[in-house]
Design a protein around this ligand. Structure first.
Ligand code: HEC
Ligand code: HEC
Length: 220
């Protein structure tokens, strides 16, 4: 019986790992978006969707989950240290045992993506109002042609028409722009005579929120 049980546990672990791999194998080279997905899979239970520590499991734990969005410790840690905290290989006593050691369940490349996403959560001034995975589809359909694949503002059309699309990878600028401003310029277009078109009637308000959530990640 014990043997059967240990086999079953081994089996579940292996299946768990394989399905985790295939779940994320399809994802793209956008590390922080991968981080978003993995975070919402494994971490939100305790840390909450916004990383502030109020996930559905939080009040059942002996130690409160860290507020990743506002933690001095996160701010002080280098990427390498944050990586090791998540992996579970940080020096003893860095975090309590209530924080799982993820090195066994999550491959290193995905832990790197989590570090990128935690940097985003930690620096973000404005709340995420949409789903960036859906926003990526909107962005690829309608925005890359001017803003470029990675949001740096050098899309194909900039080679044939003189214009300066905004650079969404400029994190300082992006963190200075409230969601309302982004919503308005995407819906109505720019008010000066630049070429930023308005998307009212083409994109639903929901799609605009999703694309805002996506372009906010491009800066990390
Ligand atoms: C079962 C609940 C639980 C889950 C799930 C969980 N954590 Fe945690 N985490 C905690 C707790 C509790 C702490 C605080 C530990 C302490 O203060 O000693 C913590 C702390 C941390 C810290 C340290 C923050 C700091 O201030 O130094 C990081 C980084 C972190 N978690 C990342 C993650 C990531 C990434 C995931 C998902 C892969 C995750 N956690 C999933 C419970 C959890
Ligand atoms: C025809 C080219 C073009 C397309 C297509 C386009 N943009 Fe723009 N976008 C621009 C230009 C040019 C600017 C700079 C406007 C300015 O400086 O007033 C801009 C500015 C912006 C800004 C303002 C950012 C800031 O820093 O002030 C946002 C947000 C934005 N675009 C989002 C989008 C989104 C989302 C899409 C797709 C739904 C999109 N754009 C499609 C050309 C384009």
């Amino acid at each position: 019986m014990n043997k059967l049980r240990s086999h079953l546990i081994g089996f579940t672990l292996v299946v768990g790992l394989i399905s985790t791999q295939s779940l994320f194998a399809e994802t793209d080279n956008n590390s922080v978006l991968d981080g978003y997905e993995i975070f919402n899979h494994f971490c939100f239970l305790c840390h909450g969707k916004d990383g502030k520590g109020h996930g559905p499991l939080a009040n059942k734990l002996p130690v409160s989950p860290a507020n990743l969005a506002n933690s001095d410790r996160v701010g002080r840690q280098t990427d390498r240290e944050l990586f090791r905290t998540i992996q579970g290989t940080a020096p003893h006593g860095t975090v309590s045992a209530t924080m799982p050691r993820w090195g066994l369940a999550i491959p290193e490349s995905q832990i790197h993506s989590l570090v990128d996403y935690i940097r985003f959560l930690h620096n973000a001034k404005f709340p995420q109002i949409g789903d960036p995975r859906l926003g990526k589809l909107v962005y690829e359909d309608h925005c890359t042609v001017c803003h470029g694949d990675n949001g740096e503002g050098a899309g194909m059309l900039t080679y044939v028409i003189g214009m300066n699309p905004a650079d969404h990878t400029d994190s300082e600028r992006m963190e200075s722009l409230p969601n309302e401003y982004l919503f308005r310029i995407i819906r109505d277009g720019s008010i000066d005579n630049s070429l930023m078109p308005g998307w009212k009637g083409i994109l639903t308000p929901n799609e605009i929120e999703n694309v805002i959530a996506y372009i906010r990640l491009l800066a990390y």
